[in-house]
Ligand binder design. Structure first.
Ligand code: NFS
Ligand code: SF4
Length: 661
């Protein structure tokens, strides 16, 4: 009897869990894998979210300090100061600044790695890496005033990497890359004192300021947070995007597909996960080698499927059209399909739980970077001096693992949606204006004529605190209905791809009339995939182009544009948010910063920044409320620009653009 009851209870528990799972994720592929995880007894981050449910309120409100060993100290009404006397304001601001440093360092170290690669190529030590996009090289060199006439690509690349490296190392000079921003914005940075010097110096200084007994003025600390973040957005990250374009090609629109259904039963499935494109580019190249095809055939597979997870996925999607398996919270779920021979990880956002999940299947987790190893993973150091060989070895090892796949454990969800990605600023210009007249003019005009109300960037991660992809999905759907052009990066972009939003057809069926008309005329989806998270710098670039094109003011602040990080979780998202605000773009957060324990710090971030930078953060946990607020912000900007008058409706004139082709 007791055994019977126990079994019933267990069954009920399982049923409850299946119901709960539907509240954790939006897409059916993820749901199917969460339910499979129950059958396979695999623990995922969603389960660990439950075990971590009672999250520390001190940590959450930002008033826990363990910066020195007199502490740790926690601020309460009864204990309003740490042992050293630090207040909640100091502690929350210090913690916040350290988070910004984490994010800035991640983007910038990634950027530095690429710059060093470009430099090696320029010196003739590329070992299989080349400059794929010389046009991009010249375009970027000109931005920095480098003479390009009569010079070889290597010469130009050497001069350019000198400037880039100086942006990392500079002690006294301001970043050269800041000069790519609109004049007025540069002036604001100088006036407010947040113009950054070298990226490395900003990060080191931040760690110095926040160590015990140095900077205690919350405002001074937060100003350095913005300064450091600018060294990311208009430094490390921007340099990363530009250098990737030079090395691997400037993205242009291409077709692909997203969601777990891109994995195949009959092929060897290799996932590439992380952020840096250096290795994944080589893998996508090496996989085309006939030798590899033969090798796979001999192993009984019908070829190889390479699919991406997180921002490595976005990088190779944008340039090679490589299919996307999923975003951040699908990294474990992808392994749970039982159909993955190998997951190759590089840096950032790779969960240390992966080897444990993989142990339930035949999947091998392979780490490739010296700075990013994982207990339980196989480390195959990627030899950048013999990259093609290295890549082939990794792929062959995955093929060798194909025979270990257990068909009993395989269940690949069918869901995957087609999408168009590859919207670099250059590509957008070209789409809008044609080859000979590439320009943002048609977009500015569409905004001025109120066909497009404004532009909203939806960026950032997933977070198991929220139903995955839900907030970003609702936002995207509602905004395009209201004629807002949406641009996306990072895991949010992957969510939009999975939902089927990134096709021109989607505009026809779901966008407001004005936006649909523009999308149809130009042939673009209503939601543009602009790349990985370092590519948020492309959004700044686009905003700058719009300002330069004219008719919409003379600064990024004041444009009808808003950024949203609906489901963010990473320190990188904080750095991105800060450089957007410091650049004049209002940023809406779908979940909170850890600063609520200090009223002053909260007020500074959510209000005072408006005075300083013309933009601030807004914490809005409900997506529909966010939509309303966004529309308000866009309309206020339009009012201020004097473009909210009813304009006579004239058909979007694309005739000129067509004749330009
Ligand atoms: Ni951005 Fe991209 Fe995703 Fe978040 Fe992580 S992958 S760099 S940090 S989780 S969006
Ligand atoms: Fe406590 Fe001050 Fe040390 Fe922080 S720095 S742990 S508040 S004594």
């Amino acid at each position: 009897m007791a055994a019977d009851k126990e079994k019933k209870d267990k069954d009920q528990e399982l049923k409850d869990k299946i119901v709960e799972n539907a509240n954790k994720v939006v897409d059916n592929a993820s749901l199917a894998m969460l339910n499979k995880a129950l059958d396979d007894c695999v623990e995922t981050c969603f389960d660990r979210m439950e075990t971590q449910k009672n999250q520390c309120t001190f940590g959450k409100s930002g008033v826990c300090c363990r910066i020195c060993h007199m502490g740790p100290c926690r601020i309460t009404p009864k204990a309003p100061k740490g042992i050293c006397g630090a207040t909640a304001d100091t502690i929350a601001a210090r913690n916040f600044l350290r988070e910004v440093v984490g994010g800035t360092a991640a983007h910038s170290d990634h950027g530095r790695h690429l710059v060093l690669k470009l430099r090696e190529i320029a010196k003739g030590e590329g070992h299989g890496y080349t400059i794929k996009d010389e046009k991009a090289l010249v375009r970027v060199a000109k931005l920095y005033g480098i003479e390009t006439e009569d010079k070889t690509a290597s010469q130009i690349a050497l001069e350019l990497t000198d400037i880039f490296l100086h942006d990392f190392m500079s002690q006294e000079d301001y970043l050269a890359t800041l000069a790519l921003a609109p004049q007025k914005r540069q002036g604001i940075w100088q006036q407010t004192g947040v113009a950054p010097k070298g990226v490395d110096r900003m990060c080191v200084e931040a760690m110095h300021r926040t160590t015990m007994g140095v900077d205690h003025d919350y405002k001074n600390l937060l100003m350095h947070a913005f300064r450091t973040s600018l060294a990311d957005g208009w430094g490390g990250a921007r340099i990363a995007s530009m250098t990737s374009d030079i090395l691997f090609g400037t993205p242009a629109p291409l077709k692909s597909a997203a969601n777990l259904g891109v994995l195949k039963n009959e092929t060897v499935n290799i996932l590439i996960h992380g952020h840096e494109p250096t290795l994944s580019e080589m893998l996508t190249f090496a996989v085309k080698d006939p030798e590899i095809a033969e090798y796979a055939k001999a192993a009984g597979a019908e070829g190889i499927t390479i699919a991406g997870v997180c921002c490595t996925a976005n990088e190779v999607l944008m340039r090679q059209g490589v299919v996307i398996a999923g975003n951040s919270l699908q990294q474990e779920l992808a392994v749970i399909t039982g159909a993955v021979e190998m997951m190759v990880i590089d840096v950032q956002c790779c969960m240390p739980a992966l080897p444990e999940v993989a142990a339930h299947y035949h999947t091998e987790i392979v780490s490739t970077q010296e700075i990013a190893k994982m207990a339980g993973a196989t480390h195959m150091g990627f030899d950048e001096e013999a990259p093609i060989e290295s890549a082939k070895n990794i792929i062959k090892r995955a093929i060798d693992n194909f025979k270990n796949r257990d068909p009993e454990k395989v269940k690949i969800p069918s869901e995957h949606e087609p999408l168009i990605a590859g919207f670099s600023v250059d590509a957008i210009k070209y789409m809008l204006g044609g080859k000979y007249r590439a320009s943002f003019r048609p977009l500015n005009d569409a905004i001025i004529q109120n066909r497009i109300l404004g532009i909203v960037g939806i960026v950032g991660c997933n977070n198991p605190k929220q139903r995955a992809d839900s907030y970003s999905g609702i936002l995207a759907e509602e905004l395009i209905k209201r004629n807002v052009l949406v641009i996306e990066t990072g895991c949010a972009a992957i969510a939009a791809g999975k939902a089927g939003y990134m096709t021109p057809e989607y505009a026809r069926e779901h966008a407001g009339a004005g936006l649909a008309e523009v999308c149809e005329a130009v042939g673009i989806p209503p939601i543009l995939h602009m790349g990985s998270c370092v590519d948020n710098s492309r959004i700044l670039e686009a905003a700058t182009e719009i300002v330069k094109e004219g008719g919409l003011g003379d600064d990024i602040a004041g444009l009808p544009a808003v950024g949203v990080a609906p489901e963010w979780m990473s320190e990188k998202a904080i750095a991105i948010g800060c450089y957007c605000v410091a650049s004049g773009v209002d940023v809406i957060l779908g979940n909170e910063f850890y600063v609520s324990g200090s009223e002053k710090v909260s007020k500074f971030l959510y209000e005072d920044t408006k005075e300083l930078f013309g933009a601030s953060f807004h914490l809005i946990e409900d997506p529909m409320e966010a939509v309303e607020r966004i529309i308000e912000i866009l309309n206020a900007a339009r009012d201020a620009l004097g473009i909210n008058k009813k304009v006579e409706r004239k058909l979007f004139d694309m005739a000129d653009r067509r004749s330009a082709h």
